[in-house]
Design a protein around this ligand. Structure first.
Ligand code: SIN
Length: 488
């Protein structure tokens, strides 16, 4: 299978990292293995970069930045647009590669390639709209000019759950702004990262502007990058715990940070909601990528008057759900990423059951073995349960009855997280109350999937800072400069 990838994407079973437009091994020639979570078989080995290797990538990015920042906005836009077209052209092989290393069903992988490509297309357009300002001065001899400049060398530390889209929504914004980037993908999914950046080279991104480094020791390598004076910005998607440590490590050089961290999304259904629509939204929000997304509904707060109807319909939808190897036709849910992920899901279910939760569907490992897990519904949920407080990151829906919008909002906001929240209601006043009162960066009203390139993605509280996508997404890669022109 990897031979196909080698031919079409340049990613082989003994892949190398991308530094300064060249495919390079680590200095000590060490590698680590990438496995398929559905079969546990080794897919490939990639270089195990250490600090000295990372330094080479930063130097390349410094050089790349000096070249790229001189390109006109229009030229950058054209190159980004070609990169977007390459992703669309290679959608199928990219999706196959992603399913092989990440596990999600092929249709979801194809969807992610399109989703990731859409960010490149969006920022190709935005790169032409980095406008400044002219402000009325104090007197007629002066002019106040406001211009925006690329921040410089950026580092992206990206997760395994969206191996392509989480790279493109950072890298496309950075490149559109005129920055260069070093990408450190998750250890589980480096092949998609290498493939997508190979396509950037093919599209005409100059050497050194986009570099990919792989390592089995992210703690040491990323700490080095956080300390590095030449790195001006870090963009990270991952856990809140790691985000906090990157913030501490970046304090010494006062780097700009974009942190897209953990969530604990509430999914509220009122008794005036369209229940069929709420069930469809719940399926999409909860079970996309086997529940392994930061914006997944984590706890369902369902009005007592409709909770039986909602749970029956949700269970009915789940009965038609197929778990299996992602390459198989008709599969809706692949394996979880690793054993640690399964243990967390199991511990959350155990806690819910110990506190009186009743399993309506699933509840244990799937008969396919490995890290496959049954999609699960638990009813008779309580606010005291772990799932209501901690991100599960797995295919478990906990249903907690509520009696009013006020109660739902109180439970929903009683968390340190603030990424995404969802509410279903046909009542405009309720809808506006949820939009206003839910302490989250993103709120979906009668919608279970809210992510798209046109909208600002990001959280508040301990879910992070900064926005990705939309016209706001490029701002994090720009410095504002004010020039006072005098003596005119
Ligand atoms: C994430 O889980 O980090 C991103 C999810 C999304 O983009 O929808």
């Amino acid at each position: 299978m990897l031979d196909t990838f080698k031919e079409t994407l340049g990613v082989s079973a003994n892949s190398k990292c991308l530094v300064d437009g060249q495919w390079v091994a680590s200095m000590d020639q060490n590698v680590f293995q990438v496995t398929n979570p559905a079969t546990q078989l080794t897919l490939a080995s990639v270089p195990d970069f250490q600090v000295a290797d990372a330094e080479r990538a930063v130097s390349a990015a410094e050089k790349g930045f000096q070249i790229w920042r001189q390109y006109s906005a229009k030229k950058r836009s054209q190159i980004l647009y070609r990169w977007y077209e390459k992703l669309i052209e290679y959608k199928r092989p990219l999706a196959e590669l992603m399913t092989a290393e990440q596990g999600k069903p092929l249709t979801e992988s194809e969807g992610e390639v399109e989703y990731g490509a859409a960010y490149i297309q969006w920022f190709a357009e935005e790169s032409k709209r980095i406008n400044g300002d002219i402000i009325p001065p104090q007197n007629h001899q002066q002019r106040i000019l406001v211009t925006k400049e690329p921040v410089g060398v950026c580092v992206a530390v990206t997760p395994w759950n969206f191996p392509i889209a989480m790279i493109t929504r950072k890298a496309a914004a950075a490149l559109a702004a005129g920055c260069s980037m070093v990408i450190k993908p998750a250890e589980a999914t480096p092949l998609s990262a290498l493939a997508v950046c190979k396509l950037a080279l093919d599209a005409g991104v100059p050497d050194g502007v986009l570099n990919v480094i792989t390592t089995s020791d992210p703690k040491t390598v990323v700490k080095y990058l956080c300390d590095h004076k030449s790195v001006k910005k870090i963009s990270f998607t991952g856990s809140t715990a790691v985000g906090k440590s990157l913030m501490q490590q970046s304090a010494g050089t006062l780097k700009k940070l974009s942190l897209e961290l953990g969530g604990n999304a509430p999914f509220i259904v009122m008794d005036d909601a369209d229940i069929e629509a709420a069930v469809r939204g719940a399926m999409a929000s909860k079970f996309r990528n086997a529940g392994q997304t930061c914006v997944c509904a984590n706890r369902f707060l369902i009005h007592r008057n409709v909770i039986d109807e909602f749970s029956e319909k949700l269970a009915h939808s789940l009965d038609a759900f197929t778990v299996g190897v992602g390459t198989k036709e008709g599969v809706d849910q692949g394996p979880l990423i690793n054993e640690q992920a399964v243990s967390k899901v199991e511990s959350h279910i155990e806690d819910a059951v110990a506190q009186g939760g009743r399993i309506l569907r699933g509840g244990s490992r799937h008969e396919l073995g490995g890290t496959f897990f049954q999609p699960t519904i638990i009813v008779d949920g309580k606010a005291s349960m772990k799932i209501n407080h901690e991100e599960t990151f797995g295919p478990v829906a906990l249903l907690i009855p509520i009696d009013s919008a006020e109660e739902a909002i109180e439970i929903a906001n009683d968390t340190d997280f603030g990424l995404a929240a969802y509410a279903y209601t046909q009542n405009l006043a309720n809808a506006m109350t949820f939009s206003h009162e839910l302490e989250y960066g993103m709120v979906g009203i009668n919608e279970g999937v809210i992510s798209n390139e046109m909208a600002p993605f990001g959280g508040i509280k301990e879910s992070g800072m900064g926005r990705e996508g939309s016209s706001y997404g490029i701002e994090d890669y720009l410095n504002i400069k004010y020039t006072l022109l005098g003596g005119l």
